[in-house]
Design a protein. Structure first.
Length: 285
DNA sequence: AACTCGGGGGT
DNA sequence: ACCCCAGAGTT
């Protein structure tokens, strides 16, 4: 199974810039943070711009935070941009400006969790690490467990499955991680998997062998986006990216029928460090 | 374990 | 309309 997926990747894998030879560990770390919950196609232009502007942790550490937030643009979850700058400063302060090796040291950095620490270890340092992202979870759920989709929550059992699936040899584990993630992104997709083009169909995939049974019904309904604090925070940040400041009148105009929501959201943005009070309004930090 | 946290494109 | 996307941090 490993060879089938790795061979498939050699032919069909995308030519993404952060996979190029000689790309720094910092550049890869930045790509991984940007890719947290954000699709590749939207990350590409922002990553290119960030790498030209801030090619090292020291460069980002010295940047004005307002500019960092502006260049984050609409990647979403702007707290990631804040943490990325904190991460750069921690790398300068505690690691001499070099991205540290080892998942424990990486996890200690702001904005770096289990996935990103493993991904930087595997893709930047080419070390053996158990990488588990949404793509790998889905490929393993299907190919090994015979399920249409992974469980909603990520369990210790699932991590164990990923650990057992990882090749023991270092170089092989590096190739497997990249290849299986790409397979999940291009072929073993959530919606309409392209089993006709999959190296695992008829070659060990338990879900395909079982006739692609439908997913078990998930009764939980997702929170609507319209009318949420998340949407309001996004609107406020868009205003701040455009003008650098927002007056009280501009803020209240975002929802004339729910002033408490506007106040709640401005307060939470200030609390997060994404905005600073200025008079009755806000400005970028 | 359950919540919050953006934004946009595919279906 | 709804779903999903190389998750992290907090409660």
């Amino acid at each position: 199974m490993v060879d089938a997926v790795v061979d498939w990747f050699a032919v069909e894998g995308r030519d993404l810039p952060w996979r190029h030879e000689g790309v720094s560990a910092w550049a890869i770390l930045v790509s991984e943070v940007m890719l947290q919950q954000t699709p590749v196609v939207r990350v590409l232009p922002r990553w290119q711009e960030w790498m030209e502007r801030w090619p090292s942790p020291a460069a980002l550490a010295d940047a004005p935070t307002a500019e960092v937030l502006r260049c984050w643009d609409r990647l979403g979850y702007p707290r990631r941009a804040l943490r990325l700058q904190e991460c750069a400063r921690a790398i300068v302060r505690e690691h001499g400006g070099e991205v540290p090796r080892g998942e424990e040291a990486l996890r200690a950095l702001p904005g770096i969790g289990e996935y990103t620490a493993a991904a930087v270890t595997a893709f930047a340092h080419r070390g053996r690490a158990v990488v588990v992202d949404t793509n790998i979870r889905r490929v393993l759920a299907r190919s090994v467990r015979g399920r249409a989709l992974p469980d909603r929550s990520y369990s210790a059992a699932e991590r164990g499955l990923a650990t057992r699936s990882l090749p023991g040899q270092r170089e092989r584990s590096v190739a497997w991680n990249a290849a299986v993630m790409e397979l999940g992104a291009l072929v073993c997709t959530a919606r309409s998997p392209r089993c006709a083009h999959c190296p695992l169909a008829d070659n060990g995939c338990a879900w395909f062998a079982a006739g692609r049974p439908a997913p078990v019904e998930d009764t939980r309904r997702r929170q609507a986006f319209e009318g949420t604090d998340r949407q309001m925070r996004g609107r406020i940040m868009a205003l701040l990216r455009r003008d650098g400041t927002a007056t009280a009148e501009q803020l209240l105009a975002l929802d004339e029928e729910d002033a408490p929501r506007v106040h709640r959201c401005t307060a939470s943005l200030v609390s997060d460090g994404l905005a600073v009070p200025e008079g009755e309004g806000l400005r970028l930090p």
